[in-house]
Design a protein around this ligand. Structure first.
Ligand code: IFM
Length: 424
């Protein structure tokens, strides 16, 4: 029996599930033909209209915590021009989930910018820090009575590297200094948003506020341990991709290769450590690699369960706070190894001795997976995009059973985990 003292929830992001024509960077990116299967976030899971059905399904599976995000471009379609009807709909969603006993963990920024913000230079422009904060203030004023836990920004390193270094995300740039500047500006946004959210909720008479960010952590290892260059590159890549970002966001310390913007000060800027963990990278230079014989998911990412505890430990060494796994999951289009994946990652956490309070599985429903479109399935609930029919997968049944039993019984292990194997 694997006993779990970890609250099990699920995660999602607005652009990936809501659907609808919204003037943001990802609808624009899709229109420009950058999505591999030609999909668009305009379809996704139609969750904007079907949220009750999705929340009902979560409640049926016993889920009690849901990490969701708001779509900035929907709430502020033009700068300073807020859509109160959209805000009212998010309130309906939040009220509905709370009525089903599901607590929200609300992400304010998850990869997508309104087009007007992008035109101002987005997060590459330090002058835009107050623009982001104005939106944070709007969100907390509208939803603060319903939400006590916030993630300011999701995966700033992935956002910056994919958008400004490898060019796979909008705006599709290829310049390392720009990527570093974006991470630095986002860190300033987070630090200021951390203080602002606490202040606004305190002034409104609410307590229990918790604020953090969702860090994308990977394990980096030299592709060939005998190769000197691989060994030298490994700590450098780890620092540039994640180590420096974590220090900046959590502690307000800006060392190489980041810079301080916005007059922030060193301090402690997280009430929990949010970690999104997926894979290990084999390092042979800049860029992403995989080990030859490693188990891999359907996108070719290595499956390396021990890494989730390793990354959590690194964050905890920087700032000892309760750990929230804000994402962990895998692209398994046939749902043929997801139960084993979940089991092994949770086991690594349970055995780590770290204070892991929460685990939000990515994702609840299959959804629009950015550049991969609809063809990469991460959900424990299958979505037929044509009919929008939802079907709980075997991994969804397993997840519900883990919640009901607060762990994995020997019978569950034999039924769901033991028969599954990873591809190589
Ligand atoms: O779908 C994404 C999510 O938006 C951010 N973290 C990684 C997930 C899987 O790629």
């Amino acid at each position: 029996m694997l006993k779990l003292d970890i609250q099990l929830g699920v995660a999602s992001a607005a652009t990936q599930i809501e659907g609808g024509n919204v003037a943001h960077t990802w609808s624009d990116w899709a229109q420009k033909g950058h999505i591999k299967d030609g999909a668009s976030p305009a379809r996704a899971d139609d969750h904007w209209k079907r949220f009750r059905e999705d929340i009902d399904l979560m409640a049926e599976l016993g889920i009690r915590v849901y990490r969701l995000s708001v779509e900035w471009a929907r709430l502020e379609p033009l700068q300073g021009n807020y859509d109160e009807t959209a805000a009212a709909r998010y309130r309906e969603l939040l009220i509905y989930m709370r009525s089903k006993g599901i607590a929200p963990l609300l992400t304010i920024h998850h990869f997508t910018n309104p087009l007007w913000f992008e035109a101002l230079g987005g997060f590459a422009e330090p002058a835009n820090i107050p623009v982001f904060l104005t939106f944070v203030e709007f969100a907390v004023k509208r939803f603060g009575d319903l939400v006590s836990e916030y993630i300011t920004i999701n995966e700033p390193n992935v956002f910056a590297v994919s958008g400004y270094m490898d060019g796979s995300f909008p705006p599709g740039e290829h310049a390392i200094p720009r990527a570093l500047r974006v991470m630095s500006v986002m860190a300033a946004c987070h630090i200021k948003a951390y203080a602002l959210i606490h202040k606004l909720r305190r002034e409104a008479g609410f307590d229990g506020t918790k604020v953090g960010f969702a860090h994308h952590g990977r394990v980096f290892a030299p592709k060939s341990p005998k190769n000197l260059w691989h060994r030298l590159y490994t700590p450098l890549v780890a620092r540039m991709f994640q180590g420096a970002v974590a220090r900046a966001f959590l502690l307000g310390k800006f060392g190489f290769p980041l810079r301080r913007y916005g007059g922030t000060k060193p301090g402690e800027y997280a009430d929990f450590l949010g970690l999104n963990y997926y894979a290990r990278s084999a390092v042979s230079g800049f860029g992403d690699g995989v080990f030859d014989n490693a188990p891999k998911n359907d996108l070719g990412w290595e499956i390396y369960p021990a890494g989730i505890a390793q990354c959590a430990k690194e964050l905890y060494a920087l700032l000892p706070r309760p750990i929230y796994i804000t994402e962990n999951g895998t692209c398994d289009n046939e749902d043929s190894f997801r139960c084993r994946y979940i089991y092994e990652h949770l086991k690594a956490l349970a055995e780590s001795g770290l204070p892991v309070a929460r685990y939000c599985h990515w994702c609840f429903t299959d959804n629009f997976e950015w550049c991969e479109g609809e063809s990469a399935r991460f959900g424990i609930v299958r979505v037929d995009y044509e009919t929008q029919r939802r079907t709980v997968k075997r991994s969804g049944e397993f997840y519900a059973a883990m919640i009901a039993h607060q762990g994995v019984t020997d019978g569950m292990f034999a039924e769901y985990v033991a028969p599954q194997e990873y591809h190589r």
